[in-house]
Design a protein around this ligand. Sequence first.
Ligand code: ADP
Ligand code: ASP
Ligand code: MG
Length: 416
Amino acid sequence: MGGGAVALAMALIVQKYGGTSVGDVDKIQGVAARVARYKKDGHHVAVVVSAMSGETNRLMSLGQQIGGEKPLPRELDVLLSSGEQVTIALLSMALTKLGLTAKSFLGDQIEVRTDSAHGKARIERMDTQKLRDCLELGTVPVVAGFQGVNAHGDITTLGRGGSDTSAVALAAALQADECEICTDVDGVYTADPRIINNARRLGQVTFEEMLELASLGSKVLHPRSVEFAGRYLVPLRVLSTFEDGPGTLITMEMDNMEQAVVSGIAHALDEAKITVSGVPDIPGIASKILGPIGRKNIEVDMILQNTGADGLTDFTFTVKRQDFADALTTLESVATAIDAREVNGDDAIAKVSIVGVGMRSHAGVATRMFDALAAENINIQMISTSEIKISVVVAERYMELAVRALHAEFGLQEDN
Ligand code: ADP
Ligand code: ASP
Ligand code: MG
């Protein structure tokens, strides 16, 4: 099985249900009924679920009460992965109650093999034999998302929102006809519909754009899930758990109709900015500043360097907010060693990005973006660009205003 589209008489579909979709017992029964409809239509269905909404946060907070800000990574993964264990069992019971046969699987029971990077593990392979056996018998396998097992048999997790990646990886391994990400919105919108109430659902969006949007903060899909779908050509669709509709298809190619200059806007509030100022402008400075940060496994996103007439340079970069304190402490000793004047940090920032493959063929997009922000008196602190995106860092308090202004500037609202 594999290849064709979901319209095939009988297809193999992987469905992933997120936290809100399985948020309480009624919702879990609703999900079971939705799965039953697909089964009744003659499809094979494999299901991946997240923990009930709020559960992963609750578990994280328990871990932090004992383990501090960063609890022991191995034990934290054992703790966090338990949320999904609850939902696979409950959904399997609900499916059985509807007269279907269903069987739950934890990540290690089907050998979702990952590397050992606890908290952000990458899936390397998985053994689909047990799932294929189930599917052949007409049983619905219900798989715990977000978790895997490393070569030593330790439980790992894939990073927050990682169940999307579990689902796409499973769809790739099973060569499913489609992977449905079933969630609390009915597709991918031009901006987060929680912020922009006239945002428009995209009928389709390219892998390339979706990867940028997800990586730049649109949490509707976990970035690695899009990466996987692109690499293994998994037909991927985002749609609502609660109402019928076509959702958004993530495609390799687009109809020309849909090729707007800007397809969507993403925002991220999980970054912080650090500036090392008054540094002697000599070779090797960037490596002296960023080397120790990298050795601490802290990822750096945007980087900016300015040299003044006095031969001194200011070096600014962004890191994830969770790494902010660590990065500042690391830099304090570095600053003395490189004779820097001072180190400043700001974690009240937001990154706002416009994304669109149409930017390749349109000039002046950046100017329009900067003008629209200037018209709202929003100061741009940092800028970074690639072929199909432009990101700016602004003060956190301007995030919504910036997204709104850009959404209007690029005509992304509904009925346009
Ligand atoms: P789930 O628990 O189902 O995985 P998430 O909360 O992870 O759901 O993702 C869905 C949420 O993503 C939506 O409720 C919405 O607020 C948010 N979101 C952010 N950007 C977008 C976007 N461009 N389109 C749709 N939803 C978005
Ligand atoms: N339960 C995990 C989380 O809350 C994984 C997921 O929902 O995708 O991040
Ligand atoms: Mg999610």
